[in-house]
Design a protein around this ligand. Structure first.
Ligand SMILES: C[S@@+](CC[C@H](N)C(=O)[O-])C[C@H]1O[C@@H](n2cnc3c(N)ncnc32)[C@H](O)[C@@H]1O
Length: 229
């Protein structure tokens, strides 16, 4: 049922973005900056999430409500694959395949975002890196696009600035890695553009600039009729 979305656009309302596994809203902020009306879903309470929030299982929610949105972003927990998870010996379920299966039922365009170690589970992902957006951190993230939506791979500038080791203080002029038990939360907030987040949100988030770029492509595709509206 695609008609209601078209009617919303004609009435001048913003396109609706579903932010699955939203945490404290790094992705959500970027989509809001790109001009979406954002709704986040997370299994845990997220009192710092700056937009409309629903506490629910993301897969159950998207199966029931996904088709009501114009575009869907999903960041299933990356700890399953990350170096940090292996160091801390924590176990998290791998939700990438089940998220994709659920997204494909919606008939809507979508992206799944994840970390480098999850790349073998992602289909033809594009890679984003901080300096592509003028950010002073590398923080590689990978995006699989689906539901008729595609993304171009931006040019990847060479890493010329040295990067501090995980969790270590950042020497002046170096880039930090804001993961695990990182130091310098205020610096991380400023570098990534997430002033409302605490340390838990910072270590999990994508910089809003990555999602603003994705959301701008999504809005163009929706407007151009390149994906279902
Ligand atoms: C990597 S973080 C997302 C980061 C977010 N995209 C951002 O940019 O700030 C993953 C989130 O998934 C949530 N989560 C884990 N399992 C979930 C589930 N089954 N349904 C909804 N949320 C879930 C966690 O509570 C966590 O907040």
């Amino acid at each position: 049922m695609t008609q209601p979305t078209g009617i919303r656009h004609r009435m001048g309302q913003l396109p609706r973005l579903l932010d699955l596994f939203c945490c404290q809203g790094g992705a959500g902020k970027g989509y809001a900056d790109a001009g979406f009306d954002v709704t986040g879903v997370d299994i845990a309470p997220q009192p710092r999430y700056p937009f409309r929030f629903v506490q629910a299982d993301a897969i159950a929610f998207v199966l029931e409500h996904g088709a009501e949105f114009d575009f869907i972003h999903a960041s299933p927990p990356c700890q399953h694959d990350s170096k940090c998870q292996r160091i801390q010996k924590r176990e998290h379920p791998d939700l990438i395949a089940s998220t994709r299966t659920a997204l494909e039922t919606t008939g809507r365009p979508w992206v799944i975002e994840n970390v480098g170690d999850a790349v073998p589970k992602l289909r033809d992902p594009v890679m984003l890196c901080g300096p592509m957006f003028g950010l002073a951190t590398y923080r590689h993230r990978f995006l699989e696009a689906g539901g008729g939506f595609t993304l171009p791979q931006p040019y990847h500038p060479q890493h010329t600035v040295p990067q501090a080791k995980m969790g270590r203080p950042i020497p002046p002029g170096w880039y930090g890695q804001f993961v695990g038990n990182f130091s310098g939360a205020d610096h991380a907030r400023q570098v990534m553009g997430v002033p409302w987040m605490n340390r838990d949100g910072i270590r999990e988030c994508i910089p809003p600039a990555y999602a603003r770029w994705t959301g701008t492509h999504a809005r163009y595709s929706l407007q151009a009729g390149a994906v279902a509206a």
